[in-house]
Design a protein around this ligand. Structure first.
Ligand code: IPM
Ligand code: MN
Length: 350
């Protein structure tokens, strides 16, 4: 029988609460397929940093590398200075494990409330570059605190890095019914990086004659996401634009409580990492009110990545059914997880 060796980073705030439900649904999804799940919990996050000053050691990384995948809850706490855990843990994982595809699907499930008056059908996926852009920390400041301060954050875009993510985005577009890819950038201002992205898309497009390609400046893309989100199928964009667009994408498809993501290493040279897009929400931690749905949908992405497509589809269907049945009466984190696990399991015997 197959075993999924899973590294679990529950993290801070509501992280452990939503991860517990994600694991519950994962077990339910694979139990009848003769697949078992073995977990290694890593105590990374605010507590570990307070106790030891460590964010992610080489030994932690080695441990993680030995696994098939990573499930991450949320990282961040108001008692830790901004940037310490973000850079030292979350981004370090994405960079070290070559998570160059930050996959963020947005589907407006039936029955889910959206702030848009007439959204139509919304089903697109953002392929956000995950290892470059302004996130690499190529920057610096001089004359700090003086009126002459200069603060630079350089957006790093390499031919290698852009090509590999663009190739992945085309392959995903090719596999979807609508076969459409939109490059989002700002090449009218960011001419150097913009032209590298544009040229790369043009070049790879010749290998995918069935994929239709268009382009939107990032500012215009925010308008389209609100006025005509149905126009998007696969969006490929850089790390920072993708960060911003995917929060907006979450907002129009039911909110951050439903937004799933995969930090994917398509070459499989290291484990991929699956996490809800939301943060640690310290204000509601411990209240049992966090919605675990984004984590459960991330588990669905994890199953897909591991080649368990049927199990993945079952998770997505369970979420879709549960969302359609929600009547607005409050449920605890555990109740939502139990309901989803029951629906996933029920599928097997029916
Ligand atoms: C996200 C988050 C992270 C990001 C932060 C916490 C570093 O906002 O996953 O979208 O900017 O990528
Ligand atoms: Mn973000």
């Amino acid at each position: 029988t197959r075993t999924i060796d899973l590294a679990v980073i529950a993290g801070d705030g509501i992280g452990p609460e939503v991860v517990a439900e994600g694991l519950k649904v994962l077990e339910a999804a694979v139990s009848d397929s003769g697949v078992s799940v073995s977990t290694t919990e890593l105590d990374l996050g605010a507590k570990r940093w307070h106790a030891t000053g460590e964010t992610l050691t080489d030994a932690d990384l080695e441990t993680i590398r030995g696994h098939d995948a990573i499930l991450l809850g949320a990282i961040g706490d108001p008692t830790v200075p901004s940037g310490v855990l973000e850079r030292g843990l979350l981004l370090k994982l994405r960079f070290a494990l070559e998570h160059y595809v930050n996959l963020r699907p947005s589907t407006l499930f039936p029955g889910v409330r959206t702030p848009l008056a007439d959204p139509g059908e919304v089903d697109f996926v953002v392929v956000r570059e995950g290892t470059e852009g302004p996130y690499v920390g190529n920057g610096g400041a001089i004359r700090v605190g003086t009126p002459h301060e200069v603060a630079n954050e350089v957006s790093v875009n390499t031919a290698y890095g852009v090509e590999r993510v663009v190739r992945d985005a085309f392959a995903r577009a090719q596999a979807r019914p609508r076969r459409k890819l939109t490059l989002v950038h700002k090449h009218n201002v960011l001419v150097h990086a913009g032209h590298l992205w544009r040229r790369t898309v043009e070049t790879v497009a010749t290998e995918y004659p069935e994929v239709s390609v268009d382009y939107a400046h990032v500012d215009a893309a925010t308008i389209y996401l609100v006025t005509d989100p149905g126009r998007f199928d696969v969006i490929v964009t850089d790390n920072l634009f993708g960060d911003i667009l995917t929060d907006l994408a979450a907002a129009i498809t039911g909110g951050i409580g439903l937004a799933a993501s995969g930090n994917i290493n398509p070459d499989r040279s290291a484990p991929s990492m699956f996490e809800p897009v939301h943060g640690s929400a310290p204000d509601i931690a411990g209240t049992g009110t966090a919605d675990p749905t984004a984590t459960v949908l991330s588990v669905g992405l994890l199953l897909e990545h591991l080649g368990l497509s049927e199990e993945s589809a079952r998770v997505a269907r369970a979420v879709s059914e549960d969302l359609a049945a929600r009547d607005g009466s409050p449920r605890t984190t555990t109740q939502v997880g139990d309901a989803l696990a029951a629906r996933v399991g029920a599928r097997v015997s029916s």
